[in-house]
Design a protein around this ligand. Structure first.
Ligand code: DAH
Length: 338
């Protein structure tokens, strides 16, 4: 085989190439495993000893020349290979781009903290649906038909489905939990709730609550107080005082609102607590016998307590936030502070 001839032929073929596919075909033809160069290399031992050295060198030179030509052609076709690591374009000393690590949303953080505290006391964490029946949201909780919260303006009713609504509190999970299991029962339920409120610094049409329910034989008001005291001290600190104020809820009797001493002025009275020295944090009480009756529990045998708190309110008090809308604007300048 005449190497000069092959070399000339390669040049001729290269000149005709206009695409990468053609170039690849040429590369395979000459440099492939069964290509022309491999054939030439394989024929070296058969060449007579005087010419063998020169022939071998010529094959090698042809091969090197072919590499160079292929690369040149490739470049002229507009496909350059990646710059070699040591080339001037790649600065290996340049620092990398740091990945920013996210963290929990402050509302998720409070939910996890509060549920964690109650889990440690033996409460089970449950979640329930945001679309509820009128029965679970109202009737099963002893909320009478004439109660203002049943008004269409105070609850989001689902138009096409009779008696379905967006739950206005997490209390319907009391009804669901009692329908599903017999006492003893101790649950906390975090989740979203909805109310058609006009949006301002302290109202949103959607917010989060955590419901609590404990039912057993002999559950007393003092049990409620003890459990809530543990919760309050764990979230707001050991020096915070707690008080129960008489209140009314249809699903508890007696009912209370629970206050903590103002964490800003320590009870002296300031603008945050409206000069009262106390901040309301949740509603609670002993489960009303009518609620037990609806659930098919024996109200003479069992007693229990329930409570419900607004998560945004807890977060606002704990972190000193004065506008509820900040939680849902997704402004990283706000969120990064937690
Ligand atoms: N469901 C009440 C609300 O949304 C909060 C509440 C009060 C829940 C007292 C309770 C409770 O379980 O005992 O305003």
């Amino acid at each position: 085989m005449d190497i000069n001839l092959i070399s000339a032929q390669i040049k001729e073929e290269l000149d005709k190439i206009v695409s990468c596919d053609q170039l690849e075909a040429l590369r395979l033809k000459y440099l492939g495993r069964k290509g022309v160069i491999a054939e030439l290399t394989g024929s070296i031992p058969a060449v007579n000893p005087q010419e063998r050295g020169a022939f071998g060198k010529a094959v090698n030179a042809l091969k090197q020349q072919l590499f160079v030509s292929l690369e040149e052609k490739q470049r002229s076709l507009g496909v350059s290979k990646a710059p070699a690591p040591e080339s001037a374009e790649t600065d290996l000393g340049m620092p990398g781009i740091a990945q920013e690590l996210g963290h929990k949303h402050p509302i998720t953080g409070i939910i996890d903290q509060v549920c964690g505290i109650f889990s440690q006391m033996g409460f089970k964490v449950l979640e329930g649906p945001e679309i509820e029946t009128e029965h679970n949201n109202f009737t099963g909780l002893n909320i009478p038909l004439e109660h203002p919260s049943r008004d269409a303006f105070d609850t989001f009713y689902l138009k096409d489905y009779e008696k379905l609504l967006l739950r206005s509190h997490t209390s319907p999970m009391q009804v669901r939990a009692m329908a599903k299991s017999k006492p003893p029962l101790a649950i906390v339920v975090p989740g979203r709730v909805y109310r058609p409120d006009a949006v301002d610094a302290s109202h949103l049409f959607m917010f989060h609550q955590i419901e609590g329910l404990m039912v057993d034989q002999g559950v007393k008001f003092s049990d409620l107080k003890g459990v809530l005291e543990v919760f309050v001290k764990a979230v707001f600190g050991k020096d915070v005082a707690m008080r129960f104020r008489p209140h009314f809820f249809p699903f508890t009797e007696p009912s209370v609102e629970v206050d903590i001493s103002c964490i800003i002025c320590k009870g002296k009275g300031c603008s945050v607590c409206g000069r009262k020295g106390w901040l309301e944090i949740l509603g609670a009480g002993l489960v009303h016998p009518n609620v037990f009756q609806q659930a098919g529990y024996d109200a003479k045998k069992f007693s229990g307590f329930a409570f419900g708190m607004g998560v945004e309110r807890i977060a606002m008090l704990k972190y000193g936030i004065n506008d509820i809308r900040l939680f849902f604007e997704n402004d990283l300048r706000f969120l990064k502070q937690f």
